[in-house]
Design a protein around this ligand. Structure first.
Ligand code: ADP
Ligand code: MG
Length: 661
């Protein structure tokens, strides 16, 4: 149903009838042989021809068919990019990094990642002037557009995983489309756009991209048997573990299992449960290799998920939705789907912007199921009932229609565009644009909600790759004399928690970390720990982290982030001052950005947010949990959903505040 009466996109089908080699697992294929076995390989000439002919093309193909890894290489071999670069965007950093490393190996020029093939993600740039194929998160390409809105460095831009519809992808659609048009009008070197995905509403996309053509790459898929639970499970985490061991007892050891959960903490907890139970002689079954997979992992650990398990060992991958369509892992025959995902969500009733564990859409549910049927017939266990499945939303609502838009609004203003006038594929609600501008106004980034340009403070704020509230805090810090401290805290809040939070070791961890605890809350506690870490010689860091239950990689990531933020401050000529022991200044400074994140004690352990009047409680990971300061400042609201129906709002990362009456 074409709304504008536009012509139907022409569809070309590239079917593939290569048969499945039953002995595949036994043969060790060279990397080039692996490439040639991908369904896309036989179609490469036809595909290249289409890419050459069209300035914009939509490419649809089953997950694992070779879109992300192969198409940029084909383009590069045919030199279709001329003298420009090829950019491939990914919604998630894990995917950008692991795919770039893989493609660097496949290219086989022995140069490694960062040369011909590179990647750029927030706080990490592994490219060189010689890079021809550059994988990057959509957020990073957006930042590059803020420097050059015509993106002249690139002659081909591939918008991958387009169905994900993150805010950044949606904004990029508009920017890239405009860049292509302007470059054509100004007779600059042309820009080719490819839009790729495993699943999408082709008509909707085609219409937006000037009725461009769509091409289908048919991959191989095998049937998957889907099972539902008979009754709803209260606790999906435990149900996932139980289901895994049911499979584990029966299935041959070379049938790997993929479990979909929501985030690092949960994934690590389930990983630990499975490791312990698998060693229990009463449980039985082959040995188990557990591979967690989530965004903030170190690269080596991420790459481990691609290694086949040793003989007589079952591999179980426990991942977030990055394993849904962005990353394909071979050997998976069983999928266990918790039905949950963690997503940033704007809660319209309360106006809260938060990280929320929520139900997936039916579309996501089928993508997860599909991961079991890539190499042979598979099995998918859904940890929800059939009627729960039917109550799920058909498809995921684009993030632009459900998240806080202040970051987008400020970035668009840096490009000279007011969000109301931007060419979005699906327009965000007018109210949420207004809310974003109101927030920017309170932060001092704009003069009014109609502003088409940034204030001088706003221009400085966009220099930081951060939520505007945190940029504001950094920019206020010199006034409070605590730039050193604020840089550490913001860096620590930019990654995953540095504190190891294993429930079984809670008490030991608490004792070990006693000396960092600040009666004023989590922010200063983090700072205390970081101050000690920062003074250690690199030889002592590892054992110190171990003794104090601190995540070595998370704290060293924070140190890296801090250096980058420091560089930006130096560029902006901000004096790098310290408040020493006068850390009250730090809490005052935090309020300059997080003034909407304040809650007041209401009754026994219950708080009410001052801004939106939402009832919340202090998250158990906070050191203020169990205490009842009158006012608290918090970093984030999370809505936990260990259970399908829970509606618990918890505040995370808290500091005490005294409010003058
Ligand atoms: P698509 O983008 O179409 O989903 P990809 O190009 O990501 O497909 O993957 C193509 C194939 O390459 C997959 O079958 C996958 O098994 C393999 N592959 C991708 N990344 C890696 C990796 N890091 N290690 C080993 N194999 C990989
Ligand atoms: Mg892909």
């Amino acid at each position: 149903n074409n709304k504008n009466g536009a012509s139907e996109p022409k569809r070309i089908s590239l079917s593939n009838d290569q048969t499945f080699d039953k002995n595949k697992n036994k043969i060790k294929l060279s990397m080039q042989e692996q490439r040639q076995r991908l369904p896309i390989y036989e179609k490469r000439n036809k595909l290249l021809e289409l890419i050459r002919r069209h300035s914009t093309l939509i490419i649809l193909g089953e997950t694992g068919s070779g879109k992300t890894t192969q198409i940029p290489q084909y383009i590069n071999s045919a030199r279709l990019q001329n003298n420009g670069k090829i950019a491939i965007t990914q919604p998630r950093r894990v995917a950008a990094i692991s795919v770039a490393i893989r493609v660097a190996q496949e290219i086989g020029d022995g140069l490694g990642v960062g040369e011909t093939v590179g990647y750029t993600v927030r706080f990490e740039d592994v490219t060189s002037p010689r890079t021809k194929i550059k994988y990057l998160t959509d957020g990073m390409l957006l930042r590059e557009a803020m420097v050059d809105n015509l993106l002249m460095e690139y002659t081909v831009i591939i918008l991958d995983e387009a169905h994900e519809r993150t805010i950044h992808t949606d904004v990029l659609f508009g920017i890239v489309k405009q860049a292509q048009k302007t470059r054509e009008e100004k007779k600059l070197r042309p820009l080719k756009i490819l839009v790729m995905s495993a699943t999408m509403d082709v008509d909707h996309f085609s219409e937006y991209f000037n009725n461009c053509q769509a091409v289908y790459l048919e991959g191989r898929t095998y049937p998957v048997n889907v099972y539902y639970t008979l009754t709803p499970h209260e606790d999906y985490q435990t149900a996932c573990v139980a289901t895994f061991f049911k499979i584990h007892k029966q299935a041959p050891s070379n049938h790997d299992v993929l479990i979909f959960l929501t985030g690092q903490e949960e994934i690590e907890a389930v990983a630990q449960q499975i490791r312990v139970l698998a060693r229990d002689p009463d449980v039985g079954g082959p040995a188990v290799k557990v591979c967690p997979l989530y965004a903030s992992q170190p690269t080596t650990q991420q790459m481990a998920v691609f290694q086949p398990a040793p003989e007589n060992t079952r591999k179980v991958i426990i991942g977030t939705n990055v394993a849904e369509t962005s990353i394909t892992i071979s050997g998976v025959r069983y999928v266990i789907d918790s039905g949950m995902v963690k997503a940033r969500t704007y809660h319209p009733a309360t106006g809260l912007d938060m990280l929320k564990v929520q139900r997936i859409s039916q579309e996501q549910s089928w993508q997860r199921t599909g991961r079991a049927g890539r190499e042979a017939e598979g099995f998918c266990y859904r940890i929800y009932t059939r009627s729960q499945y039917e109550s799920l939303q058909k498809s995921t609502i684009p993030e632009i229609q459900r998240a806080n838009l202040s970051t987008v609004a400020i970035q668009l203003l840096a490009l000279g565009i007011h969000a109301v006038y931007f060419d979005f594929m699906d327009k965000p609600l007018k109210d949420s644009i207004t809310a974003a501008f109101e927030q920017l106004k309170l932060l001092g980034a704009v003069d009014g909600v109609e502003s088409k340009c940034l204030t001088s403070l706003g221009k400085k704020m966009v220099q930081f790759p951060l939520d505007p509230r945190f940029s504001k805090i950094i920019l206020s810090a010199s006034e409070y004399g605590c730039v050193e401290e604020i840089l550490s805290i913001v860096a620590l809040l930019s990654g995953e928690s540095i504190f190891v939070n294993a429930p079984s070791k809670r008490e030991q961890a608490f004792t070990a970390r006693q000396k960092f605890l600040s009666p004023y809350g989590d922010h200063l506690t983090l700072l205390n720990a970081f101050r000690v870490y920062n003074k250690l010689s690199s030889n002592n860091q590892r054992s110190w982290c171990h003794e104090h239950y601190i995540h070595m990689r998370n704290i060293s990531y924070a140190a890296q982030v801090r250096n980058q933020l420091l560089e930006i401050c130096q560029r902006l000529e901000i004096p790098i001052v310290s408040c020493g022991n006068n850390t009250d200044q730090v809490r005052k400074c935090l309020v300059t950005g997080l003034f909407t994140n304040v809650a007041e004690l209401h009754k026994e352990k219950q708080y009410i947010t001052v801004d939106k009047r939402q009832v919340v409680s202090i998250h158990p990971s906070s050191i203020l949990h169990g205490q009842q300061p009158h006012f608290v400042l918090f970093t984030e609201v999370v809505q936990t959903a260990k259970f399908w129906h829970s509606k618990d709002f918890q505040i995370y990362g808290c500091s005490t505040l005294k409010i003058k009456q």
